[in-house]
Write a protein of this length. Structure first.
Ligand code: NAI
Ligand SMILES: C[N+](C)(C)CC(=O)CC(=O)[O-]
Length: 491
C-alpha cells in the first residue's frame, strides 16, 4: 500500500465513477467534484454494479470500503487530497482550465493524473505552475474491473511523479504500463481506433452489421486477445517456426492492402443512424445498467478462470488478480473476511434421477469439486502431489435441504471452520442460484497426508502458513448454525 489515503475525483461520469469505485473498494476515501446536478444519482447506479462485481471478483478478505463525499466546489473537494484523478469531458480547453485551478488549490506534492484518452500531457500541463506533478493515467472501462492503466508523462513531468503513480495504481490491483514516449491516444486507443475505423467502413459499405462485427470479434480473436494479446497469438500461428515464419507468410499481405486504415468514413447522419439502430436491435431491450452487469459478470468469469490457469499460478490478468488477492490476504488493517466462492456448476441431464431432480451422489461431486477448488487455491497441484503429499477427506456430513433441476446453476460458498498443519475442516453451502434457495450443506474433515505411508503428516512451512492464514481470516466469520451437527439431530 502507499501513503495515499484520500483522492479527489474531478468529473464523476463513466470513467470518474469507475475510478471512484476502484478507490473506494481499496479502502481509499474519495471526494468528488462534478457540476452536473444529476451526477450523484448516476454515480449511485454505477457504484451498485461495481460493488456487485468486486464481491464476485475477490474471493478472500476485502479492505473496508473508503468513504465517499460529493462536494459542491472544486476547492472543497481538493481539501486534504493526496492525489487527484481528473475525468472531465475530453476537451483540451476545459481540462487546461481545470488543471490551472487544481494547481492553484492543491499543494505541490499532490499528484495530478488525467484520464484523457488521447490528449498529450505536455499540452495538459502547459498552464500549470507545478507541471512536474501532472501525468496521464489512461484507464479502460470499467475501471473497477479492467486492470490496465497507461501512464504517460509530458515534457515537464517528473520521473518521481510517474514512479509514485505507478506504485499507487499497482497497490489498487491494477497493471500500470509506462508509455515510453508521449503520443496522441497512447497505445491502447491507437490500436482500438484502427479497429473501430475499419469496423465503421464495414458497416458503411454494407458488408456487415454492428452485431455481425461484434460476433466476428467475440467468437474468435477476442477470446485469444484476453489471454495472450496479439503478438504471442501470432507467434503460435506461425507453427513450429514461430514468429519469423508468421511474418514471412502474412507480413506481405499488409501491402495489398486489405484494409482502409488511412481513411475515415464521414460520420454522416445516415451512418450514425444505421449504427445506432443496429446497436439498439443488438441490445434486445437490455438497459445500459443490465448490459453493464452482463459485461461485468463475464469479465469476472474470464479473470477468475485466468487466475486458475497454470495450476493456479494464473496467467495474464489472472496472475495479477492472484497477486492482488494475496496482498489483500496478507494485508493491513481493516479487512473484511468472507467465505470463499470458488465453485459453480450447472445441473446436467445425467445428474437427474427418477424423481426428476438432482440425484444424491451428485451433491457429493459438487462438494468434492468445491473442496478441490479450496485445495487448489491453497497450492495443492500436480507438483505438490508428485512431491509425495496431498490431502485426503476422512469424514463428510451432507444435509439435503432443497432440490435442483436440470439446468439449474449451483454455487458453493465455503467457510474454513478450522485448520492447522495436519487438519482442514470445511463447511460448504450449496445454493441453487436459479431458485435462490440453499439446497445442501457439507461439512468435511481433511487430513494432510504423506502419500507413501498413507498416514497423516504435517504440511511443510509454506502450506501450513497458508492453512493457518485462511483459518485466521475465517475465524472472524460467524460459525454456521449447522456446523458440528450430528446425523438425525432435531433441527
Ligand atoms: N468513456 C470511456 O470509455 C473512456 C473515457 N476516458 C476519458 O475519461 C474522461 C471522461 O470521460 P467519460 O467519463 O467517458 O465522460 P462522461 O461524459 O461520462 O463524464 C464526464 C463528467 O465530467 C463532468 N464535468 C463536466 N464539466 C466538468 C467540470 N468543469 N469539472 C468537473 N466535472 C465536469 C460531467 O458532468 C460528467 O459527469 C475523458 O477524458 C475521456 O477521454 C478514458 C477511458 C475510457
Ligand atoms: C472510446 N475511448 C477512446 C474513450 C476508449 C478508451 O479510451 C479506452 C477504453 O475503455 O476502451
Amino acid at each position: 500500500m502507499t501513503d495515499i489515503r484520500k483522492v479527489t475525483v474531478v468529473g464523476g461520469g463513466v470513467i470518474g465513477g469507475g475510478w471512484v469505485a476502484r478507490f473506494l473498494q481499496n479502502g481509499i476515501d474519495v471526494d468528488v467534484y462534478d457540476p452536473d446536478p444529476e451526477a450523484e444519482r448516476k454515480l449511485g447506479g454505477l457504484l451498485d454494479n461495481a460493488r456487485r462485481a468486486f464481491a464476485r471478483l475477490i474471493e478472500g478478505p476485502k479492505p473496508a470500503p473508503g468513504r465517499l463525499r460529493f462536494r459542491a466546489s472544486l476547492e472543497e473537494a481538493l481539501a486534504g487530497a493526496d492525489f487527484v484523478q481528473e475525468s472531465a469531458p475530453e476537451r483540451l480547453d476545459l481540462k487546461q482550465r481545470l488543471f490551472a485551478q487544481i494547481d492553484a488549490l492543491a499543494p505541490p506534492h499532490v499528484l495530478v493524473a488525467s484520464s484523457t484518452s488521447g490528449l498529450l500531457p505536455t499540452e495538459l500541463q502547459a498552464p500549470m505552475a507545478h507541471p512536474e506533478r501532472l501525468l496521464v493515467a489512461h484507464p479502460f472501462n470499467p475501471v473497477y474491473l479492467v486492470p490496465l492503466v497507461e501512464l504517460v508523462g509530458g515534457q515537464k513531468t517528473a520521473l518521481q511523479a510517474v514512479e509514485r503513480a505507478r506504485a499507487f495504481y499497482a497497490s489498487l490491483g491494477m497493471k500500470p504500463i509506462v508509455i515510453a514516449k508521449e503520443i496522441d491516444a497512447f497505445v491502447g486507443d491507437r490500436l482500438l481506433e484502427a479497429l473501430w475505423r475499419e469496423a465503421l467502413w464495414l458497416v458503411k459499405d454494407g458488408i456487415a452489421t454492428v452485431e455481425e462485427i461484434d460476433d466476428v470479434i467475440r467468437y474468435s480473436f477476442g477470446l485469444r486477445w484476453a489471454q495472450m494479446g496479439l503478438f504471442q497469438v501470432y507467434r503460435i500461428a506461425g507453427g513450429e517456426a514461430g514468429m519469423r515464419h508468421f511474418m514471412a507468410q502474412f507480413g506481405p499481405c499488409l501491402q495489398w492492402p486489405w484494409t482502409k486504415l488511412t481513411d475515415v468514413p464521414e460520420l454522416t447522419d445516415e451512418l450514425v443512424d444505421t449504427i445506432a439502430e443496429q446497436s439498439d436491435a443488438q441490445a434486445r431491450g437490455l438497459s445500459i445498467r443490465e448490459l453493464e452487469r452482463i459485461r461485468d459478470d463475464n469479465l469476472v468469469s474470464i479473470m477468475r478462470s485466468l487466475a486458475r490457469s497454470q495450476k493456479g499460478a494464473g496467467w495474464g490478468a489472472g496472475e495479477l488478480l492472484n497477486a492482488y488477492e494475496a496482498r489483500l490476504r496478507g494485508g493491513e488493517g481493516d479487512t473484511k473476511a468472507e467465505p470463499l466462492r470458488l465453485h459453480r456448476a450447472s445441473v446436467s441431464p445425467d445428474w437427474i434421477d427418477y424423481n426428476g431432480h438432482m440425484t444424491e451422489f451428485r451433491y457429493l461431486q459438487v462438494l468434492g469439486d468445491a473442496t478441490d477448488a479450496v485445495l487448489f487455491k491453497l497450492g495443492l497441484d500436480k507438483d505438490y502431489v508428485a512431491g509425495g503429499h496431498s490431502f485426503y477427506t476422512v469424514e463428510s456430513h451432507i444435509r439435503h435441504l432443497g432440490q435442483a433441476r436440470e439446468g439449474d446453476v449451483l454455487a458453493v460458498e465455503t467457510q474454513v471452520l478450522a485448520a492447522d498443519a495436519k487438519r482442514l475442516k470445511l463447511f460448504h453451502t450449496i445454493s441453487n442460484e436459479t431458485t435462490g434457495t440453499v439446497v445442501a450443506t457439507g461439512e468435511h474433515l481433511l487430513l494432510h497426508v504423506d502419500a507413501a505411508s498413507g498416514r497423516a503428516a504435517p504440511a511443510g512451512e509454506a502450506m501450513a502458513a497458508r492453512l493457518e492464514a485462511l483459518a485466521r481470516d475465517h475465524g472472524a466469520l460467524a460459525v454456521p448454525a449447522a456446523a458440528g451437527r450430528r446425523v438425525g439431530e432435531p433441527v
